[in-house]
Write a protein that binds this ligand. Structure first.
Ligand code: SAH
Length: 392
């Protein structure tokens, strides 16, 4: 199979041949130009609030993704291919050597395709509903080296699964756990409710900022651990964490940011909607021997409304909402609770701008803005902001 990577003769930059069709990346220009572009956008949108610090770059902006997903299908010659759906529609684009992904993943997927052919495991066909393997999810850790492979199947019966697992491990002893997830319907890349662990523990562990985190297949975990460590360090520093400081970590995922605060002596309450992530968060507190942190599996907005009603508050509110930003009820309740500091971690600058305006109207001023380049070669910008109550 030919590699899909070429180098631009002028800039010397690595270029991906499926760039246009795949849609996973949006920027194909030298890295310093990408940083410049993002810096300008961050300044354009956020400098009305406060000085925007220089974006934190990656030293090596390739091979950073520790979460890798592949959809399976057949090409026009009925050969098994894997990749992602084109941004424009339902056509599967074969992606062989994505340069953003942990390079340990592609060889596993190549082996899997060969085994599928040998063992007659057909890729699932969305249009006809026939076939078995819908997609795979791989999660890896750069610090512990652990690797998880999740085989997402349309039905529960995976023929000769013992032999499949054996053959995968023979070629790739670096895989530490294999899970079958059964997903009878739903959108491409979704996971079903039922899982069966075929090998290992069914999760991997990663280390960030001196804490250890368990990550299950369905839990949210940042996709770029190298930059995540920088992001979390900025967030925890901005929060001014010390012994006895009370913290709410809203949209906490597997409890990562709150856990780092708890390790530094804070009293932390985490809230997260996803059950699996919340379960991992509880386990992670045990794994790190922390007793000063607890978690609630709830909608962050609803949770904050309840706290505000009871007249409860905290010293620092850390919030890391999904792209849609925080809900109106979340912000209204946060304003009622009036913590001295709010640390806003954002993965979408447009919703961040909207929410910062609302916090400003509610009496907060923005005192720190730090963009972090979490997603090189894409247009995404991650930002940490600090908001403080009252006039200077
Ligand atoms: N702080 C975590 C997770 C950030 S991603 C980290 O750094 O890993 C956003 C998280 O918000 C996801 O885990 C998602 O499951 C969760 N989420 C989405 N909507 C939510 C809601 N309405 N209430 C609470 N959590 C929500």
């Amino acid at each position: 199979m030919s590699r899909k990577i070429v180098t631009d003769p002028v800039t010397g930059m690595k270029k991906c041949r499926v760039f246009k069709r795949c849609g996973g990346c949006q920027l194909q220009e030298p890295y310093k130009d990408q940083l410049e572009r993002k810096q300008q956008k961050a300044q354009r949108m956020l400098s009305k609030f406060a000085h925007v610090n220089e974006i934190l770059p990656m030293d090596d902006p390739w091979g950073y993704r520790c979460k890798v997903q592949n959809i399976f299908g057949l090409d026009s010659s009925k050969r098994i291919i894997s990749g992602i759906y084109q941004s424009s529609g339902q056509k599967l684009t074969a992606v062989e050597d994505c340069m953003l992904e942990d390079p340990r993943c592609a060889p596993v997927i190549r082996t899997l395709k060969k085994l599928m052919k040998d063992m007659r495991i057909a890729p699932y066909d969305l249009r006809t509903g026939r076939g078995l393997l819908r997609h795979t999810l791989m999660r890896t850790s750069f610090t512990t080296g652990q690797m998880m492979l999740v085989l997402v199947t349309a039905g529960p019966v995976l023929p000769a699964k013992k032999n499949l697992v054996k053959a995968l491990l023979r070629s790739h002893p670096e895989i530490t756990t294999i899970v079958q997830n059964i997903c009878p319907d739903g959108m491409p890349l979704t996971l079903g409710e039922r899982s069966e662990v075929l090998y290992g523990e069914g999760y991997i562990e990663d280390e960030l900022c001196g804490c250890r985190f368990r990550i299950s297949p369905a839990s949210f975990y940042q996709v770029n651990p190298i930059q995540t460590e920088k992001l979390y360090n900025c967030a925890v520093k901005a929060a001014g964490i010390g012994k006895g400081v009370t913290v709410i970590d809203a949209y906490c995922g597997t409890g990562t940011i709150g856990m780092i605060c708890a390790k530094n002596g804070a009293e932390v309450t985490g809230v997260e909607l996803n059950k699996s992530a919340c379960r991992d968060a509880v386990m992670n507190a045990k794994l790190n021997s922390l007793e000063n942190i607890r978690f609630y599996n709830d909608d962050a907005g609803r949770f904050m409304v309840e706290l505000a009603k009871k007249g409860e508050s905290c010293d620092v509110l850390i919030m890391d909402p999904p792209r849609a930003g925080a809900s109106r009820e979340f912000i209204e309740s946060a304003l009622k609770m009036a913590p001295a500091k709010i640390v806003y971690v954002s993965c979408k600058i447009e919703t961040l701008e909207r929410d910062l305006k609302n916090f400003r109207r509610g009496g907060y001023r923005v005192t720190y803005i730090q963009p972090v380049d979490m997603f090189p070669h894409t247009t995404g910008i991650e930002t940490v902001c600090l908001l403080e109550k009252g006039e200077k």
